[in-house]
Design a protein around this ligand. Structure first.
Ligand SMILES: Cc1cc2nc3c(=O)[nH]c(=O)nc-3n(C[C@H](O)[C@H](O)[C@H](O)COP(=O)(O)OP(=O)(O)OC[C@H]3O[C@@H](n4cnc5c(N)ncnc54)[C@H](O)[C@@H]3O)c2cc1C
Length: 367
């Protein structure tokens, strides 16, 4: 068996690590000049999005033998709508760095594999398929799956972000869901340390947002964060992405091609979380290749999470700032803690179940 992995990101590297543990050495093809050779940004793993898994980092090491050191444990989350503010306290998840940083998740994964990585690769999927018996598609963008008509595109977003200097609590993450700033989208502040943080704004590319300029919204957001934190936050690095695809493949495996990570549909449309599912999808593809399970079967819960998340995303597109104020107000206190901290409850599943008939009536949700 000759396995080619196209893309040395979270899912591709997790696949390589798992294959090697089981005696198969894959070859990895990466289009960039090194692992993580892209912008630096802060990301988060939130337990509320990975239920029934309660602690992603422990689960990755205990269940899958994938070892990752996050930047910090999240002990506090501050959520803002236009007029309301909720604070949730307790163990909520982890923050981590992505991209060029030597501690980034992809750099940590790279250190756990001995597979050869061919950098600056221009190999196409078709070339890899002709040279290898199996191909794992882990390019992070769903574009190939789309090109082969194996991808249902549900949403694309524009994202602008920056690294800022200031004084931060590294255990606190902040999120804003205020449509005056990011219509139908969201904004985050994720600290890297006590002195640096990543701030970002994500705006969905919807017909309603046709006239929305992300650079204008960014300026508003950046001023607002500085005034809310009562600090000047000088920018040291920044990035912008247009048309970041979110969708899901129709079939997780076609012949000897496996769609993993964002190619599978691990990026959750509700609030843009996808790291944990991406890593796990890479592991599952490796299990199938090693005869330890069926990829299609193993990914069923990931597919369910994606569809649940899509229902919540569609609900977000129906709500106004007044509705968001109501949601944030109700999260402040007992119910917020209950929702975020009770292991037995999967709020995304429950909310999606309750909202599904309404959303089905209003918009295209397929299952
Ligand atoms: C700005 C931003 C913020 C995010 N924040 C969060 C967050 O806070 N929490 C969370 O859980 N998720 C977050 N996500 C989502 C998460 O980052 C992704 O779901 C995850 O990285 C997807 O993993 P992947 O393996 O599919 O792709 P990636 O990790 O992106 O890896 C893809 C790799 O493939 C390579 N590649 C691309 N095309 C080719 C090609 N043709 N040939 C060879 N190699 C190729 C790329 O260079 C890259 O190395 C965020 C995403 C973005 C963009």
């Amino acid at each position: 068996m000759e396995v080619a992995i196209m893309g040395a990101g979270l899912s591709g590297l997790a696949c390589a690590i798992t294959l090697e543990k089981n005696g198969i050495t894959p070859t990895i093809f990466e289009k960039r000049s090194k692992v993580g050779d892209r912008f630096v940004n802060g990301e988060a793993l939130l337990d509320i999005f990975t239920r029934p898994v309660q602690d992603c980092i422990a689960s990755l090491s205990n269940d899958y033998g994938i070892y990752l050191k996050p930047t910090s444990a999240i002990q506090r989350m501050e959520l803002f709508s236009k007029n309301e503010h909720a604070v949730i306290e307790g163990h909520l998840g982890f923050t981590n760095i992505r991209g060029r940083n030597h501690d980034s998740f992809e750099s940590q994964l790279e250190q756990q594999t001995e597979a050869i990585i061919h950098y600056n690769s221009e190999k196409t999927y078709e070339q890899l398929l002709s040279e290898y018996t199996h191909v794992v598609m882990s390019t992070g963008d769903g574009a190939y799956a789309k090109k082969t008509n194996n991808f249902r595109e549900d949403l694309s977003v524009s994202i602008k972000g920056a690294t800022v200097e200031g004084s931060f609590d590294k255990n606190t993450v902040m999120a804003w869901i205020d449509y005056d700033i990011s219509p139908f989208g969201y904004c985050f502040l994720i600290p890297y340390s006590e002195k640096e943080a990543n701030i970002s704004i994500a705006i969905p590319e919807l017909a309603e947002n046709a006239d929305v300029e992300i650079s204008d919204r960014w300026d508003t957001f950046y001023s607002m964060v500085q005034s809310q934190l009562k600090q000047k936050l000088p920018i040291t690095d920044q990035f912008q992405i247009t048309r970041y695809l979110m969708g899901i493949c129709n079939l997780a495996r076609i012949g000897n091609t496996f769609y993993v990570g964002n190619n599978f549909g691990t990026m959750m449309p509700f609030m843009g979380f996808g790291q944990y599912a991406s890593i796990v999808s890479g592991v599952y593809a490796a299990y199938d290749l090693c005869g330890l399970g069926s990829y299609e079967e193993l990914t069923k819960p990931l597919r369910q999470s994606y569809e649940d998340s899509l229902v919540l995303r569609r609900a977000m597109e129906q709500i106004s700032n007044e509705g968001l104020d109501l949601v944030i107000r109700s999260l402040n206190g007992y119910w917020g803690g209950k929702l975020f901290l009770t292991k037995a409850i999967n709020p995304i599943r429950v909310a999606s179940y309750l909202l599904r008939p309404y959303i089905k009536m209003k918009k295209g949700v397929t299952s």
